[in-house]
Design a protein around this ligand. Structure first.
Ligand SMILES: Nc1ncnc2c1ncn2[C@@H]1O[C@H](COP(=O)(O)OP(=O)(O)OP(=O)(O)O)[C@@H](O)[C@H]1O
Length: 395
């Protein structure tokens, strides 16, 4: 099978080239495999062109050993889905991932880290899986986000394909602002800095949730039962759920249970073959029994609770069981309303209030898109058509 080795020399702490020269290339060579091409990206957006050109000449399923973070993988998948490769559909691309990025959400979800890991060997697990005598891959599902304009406008639809996350509200605002902090702070701390800037904001929008195809309904996590159950508003005959804002947090994932090694935001996402869904974490501040109305004071008071939710996501995903006590405090027991609505669905639609500019931001794997005035965003989960199409990762 054609083999491309590709890395992004500027991702993460900028050590991908050294890591490939010292570890990845010697390991591949020791297996007897010879890459057809070894390349480094030389600009943003370059990775997609390199892989597309490689596939156009290979004309068959290919393996890409990729040293990057999630953003470079996102770029490749989006370019491959937007470029016709001759008359044939894109052959399957199987990635052997080397986590050289900042957050490496997909890698750390597929290879959950443990304290006993040797850091060097941990980074080589997907390469070793590819080189093993009987390699195993897991197909990647995709979340396709489409931005549509106001019904009266003729602007073309804009879309972006995620393999990790599609979000609005606080997460999209954090990613929007953290990008401008990247030059001064390349570490994950920049996400926390951006979170502090945005945590008091609420986002006005209306949302529709669409059913998981195999279940026929939208599902809601019930912490008392420790499982997903049918959402009370979703039945087989009328499965779509409508939600009113304001929202503090609205984030969906595909393929991953975490966005950083320790930040398990959708902790129950598993890579079960054949199941196609988005796990969505929603925080609506007016579920708090003490948030009677949206005011500056209520938002500031609620910011500490939003912080508690995000902090609990770092405690092995404990946020999905948090509830409100009668006095509005956030607790991990009792039978008050859950702070988080943890949803499993086939897709969602987000229609921002026209007057709320920040609610128009959408994040797709770190790419920031802006919904036009009067427009909306919709996101749908999809799976590869068959074993010869789409994308997979060696695990
Ligand atoms: N040679 C290059 N020079 C400048 N930018 C590049 C180059 N190659 C790729 N890029 C850009 O670098 C960006 C960041 O890459 P990537 O997302 O893989 O790493 P990261 O942000 O450090 O990690 P993560 O996404 O896991 O947090 C990508 O959006 C890509 O467009």
């Amino acid at each position: 099978m054609p083999l491309l080795v590709l890395y992004n020399p500027v991702c993460g702490d900028g050590t991908a080239q050294q890591f490939f020269n010292e570890h990845v290339l010697p390991l591949i060579a020791s297996s007897g495999k010879v890459p057809d091409k070894i390349a480094a990206t030389d600009r943003a957006g370059h990775s997609g062109a390199i892989v597309a050109d490689f596939l156009a000449s290979a004309k068959s399923p290919a393996t890409v050993v990729l040293g990057s973070g999630d953003g470079t993988l996102h770029e490749i998948i989006n370019v491959l889905n937007s470029r016709p490769l001759g008359d044939t559909s894109i052959p399957r691309v199987s990635f052997s991932l080397v986590p050289c990025g900042t957050a490496n959400a997909l890698y750390s979800s597929l290879f959950p880290p443990s304290d006993d890991d040797d850091p060097l060997q941990y980074k080589l697990r997907s390469v070793r899986a590819f080189l093993s005598p009987s390699p195993t891959t897991v197909p990647l599902n995709l979340a396709i986000t489409t931005l549509s304009p106001a019904p009266t406008r003729r602007t073309p639809l804009q879309s972006s394909i995620s393999v990790v996350v599609a979000s609005t509200a606080l997460h999209a605002s954090i990613l929007h602002d953290s990008e401008s902090l990247r030059a001064s702070d390349p570490s994950m701390e920049r996400f926390k800095t951006a979170a502090l800037i945005n945590i008091t904001l609420w986002y006005n929008a209306t949302v529709k949730l669409f059913p998981v195809q195999t279940a026929g309904v939208v599902q809601l996590y019930d912490p008392a039962e420790c499982k997903f159950v049918a959402h009370p508003q979703s039945t087989q005959s009328d499965p779509i759920v409508d939600l009113e804002g304001p929202f503090a947090y609205f984030l969906s994932t595909v393929n991953v249970d975490r966005l950083e090694p320790a930040f398990k935001i959708t902790p129950l996402t598993t890579r079960t073959r054949g199941e196609v869904y988005l796990d969505v974490v929603i925080v609506r501040p007016l579920r708090d029994p003490t948030s009677a109305m949206d005011s500056e004071a209520t938002r500031h008071a609620f910011a500490a609770k939003a912080g508690t939710v995000l902090g609990a996501a770092y405690q092995n995903g404990a946020h999905i069981a948090l509830r409100y006590a009668q006095d509005g405090s956030v607790v991990s027991d009792g039978d008050g309303p859950t702070v988080v609505e943890y949803i499993r669905c086939g897709g969602w639609e987000w229609e921002p209030d026209d007057t709320d500019n920040r609610a128009h931001l959408v994040c797709a794997d770190g790419d920031i898109l802006t919904i036009e005035q009067g427009g909306k965003a919709s996101c749908l989960a999809t799976a590869p058509k068959n074993n010869n199409a789409g994308f997979a990762v060696f695990i």
